[in-house]
Structures are given as structure tokens and as C-alpha cells.
Design a binder for this molecule. Sequence first.
Ligand code: APR
Length: 320
Amino acid sequence: MVGKIGIIGGGNIGGVCAAEIASRRLARRVALVDVKPPEFARGKCLDIAEGTPVIGTDTVLEGSKGYEVLAGADFVINTAGVPRAMRADGTFPSREELLATNLRITDAVAAGIRQYCPDAFVVSIANPLDAIVYRLHQQLKDRLPVRKLMGMAGVLDSARYKYFVAQAAGVSVENVEAVVLGGHGDTMVPIRSACRIYGLPVTKFIDEDELAAIEDRVRKAGGEVVSLLGSGSAFVSPAWSALEMITSIAFDKKKITSVCAHLDGEYGVTGLFVGVPAILGREGVEKIIEIDLSDEERTALANSVAAVSRTCAEVDKVGK
Ligand code: APR
């Protein structure tokens, strides 16, 4: 069991994270920070805490507007930031359009982590995902090693790919292996050559046209949920995905997991955080796994990395 997990941002994703940590008995303590008045974080925690006798868990939940509750956290999940939401005309912004607002919030998040829990593993979910992780690194690099800082996107993007493939093939989601590489945006790259059903190539089960449609749906899956919900964006699946990463690290499972990780030459990329498969264990991101790609997949990944790089260049312009 983990000692303490801190959650920054107690909205939709943060709330599911807190409730799930308690119901799974993943940590002894949960600390939730949210600046929303009047005492939103305390309210969220009290709601969950009052349910703990029902599910028989002794997880202690503490909510606050201030970051001091994070002191002693072993892990921090960052969900602070505005989500995508549908506009009155039925359109919705790209994740990149959230950058200006969420960068300001991220700087406050980084300051809070630095002051109260600089030794924690940090899993960030706020969008635009890859650029926000890059910003956290900029602000914390003298204190937080890159192996302990990661973004949650690949677990979710791969899960969406697995789900659509399982539906189309009429098999259990547990039979499907799938990988999505690149940035957590519309340029993300579902890797068909690594998609397997019961160890067999996915093309044995689903024809190429249907697979192409599935992969397009994967790239746009976040937007599909935004447009169906009408307000806000996906929150249960992102929360579960972040906890999957924490579980692998906390229990030193060494599970190969898609994660937005710092690259130092892998996949020909240096100095950016991009979605790749990595072994997650007690050291955090222990090893990046490089998988063989087709020419088409390599080009698509380069395109996605270029998109991440452009958004990070916007981050650089803002300065510290
Ligand atoms: N410190 C702590 N919490 C903050 C701060 C801050 N500086 N600024 C904003 N928050 C809180 C908000 O008050 C809000 O309750 O972050 C919470 C975000 O919750 P939601 O608006 O419900 O958004 P959610 O759906 O949880 O998504 C959070 O993750 O997937 C991404 O695009 C999504 O960037 C968004 C983030």
C-alpha cells in the first residue's frame, strides 16, 4: 500500500482518482488540493470519507485550498487545469488551445510540488498533456529527475484503441494488445503493426478499411466524448489510467506501459516528453522500449513529435 497520494485539482478527474484510491485501498492517505471556493476540495474529500464505512476502507482523505496538504506525498497526480468543453456553436477547442490558461495553473502546481513534495513521483494529466509535462520539467528540473516525471496519455489512448478493436472483433478487451505513440493530440499514432489479438496480428480479425476507421476514431476519441458530454471532457478513463501507472511503480511491477516520458535520443527525439512504451517500476520510468515501426508509422510519429515540439516552443516563449 502507498503511504500518501496527492491530487492537484479535485474536479472530474481528481474526484474519480480520490474515490478509486480509497475503494482500491491503494494508499493510506489521499491529499486533494483545489483552489475552487468555497471549500471544494474539503467537500469532495468529506463526501468520499463519509462513504468509506460503506465500502470498508480506512483511507484517510484530506482536502484543502492550499498545497501544504501535499507534504509527504509519495505520488502526485496533476489534474489542475481547464478541460475542453463544447462551445455554444457545437464546436470545441483543441487541447493545444488550453495552453495559455493551463500554463499559468501549471506554474502554481510546480511551485506547490517544489515546496511540499519534491521527492514525489509526478503523473500529470492536464492538457495539452505533453507541453504541460514539459513545463513541469522546466520548472522542477533541478529537483525532480525525469524518471519520476511523466504524463498520462498513452495508457488511455491505447485503451481506447484496444476497446474499439475488441468491439469490432467481438472479443474480450483482455485479448487485445495495442500501442499508441506520439503526442496526446490529433496526430497521435496508433501502431497497427503492434496490435495483436491473442498474440495474432489484428489484421487476421479486422479488415484494413475498418482498422483505418478505428485508428481515426482513436485519434479523435477525446473529442468524441467532449461532444457527447456537452460539458467537460473524459474523466473516468483518464483517472483509471493514471492509477494504472502509479500501481506499476508502487508495486514495482515493471509493466510495459504507454507513458509520456522524457526522451534522450530514443525514437530519434531529444529533450521532449512524448508518448512511448516504457517499463514502469520502483524507479519510475525505468526503460523506454523502442519498437520496430513501418515506414508509414515512422513518418506519422515524426509528424506527431513535430506537433509536440511546436506546442513546447510556445511554452518556451512564455519563459519562466
Ligand atoms: N491548483 C489546484 N487546482 C486547480 C488550480 C490550481 N492552481 N486551478 C484550477 N484547479 C482546479 C479547478 O478548480 C477544477 O476543480 O482543477 C480542477 C479541474 O477539474 P475539471 O474542471 O473538472 O477538469 P477535469 O475534467 O478534471 O480535467 C482536468 O485534465 O484531461 C485534462 O483537459 C483536461 O486539462 C484538463 C484536466
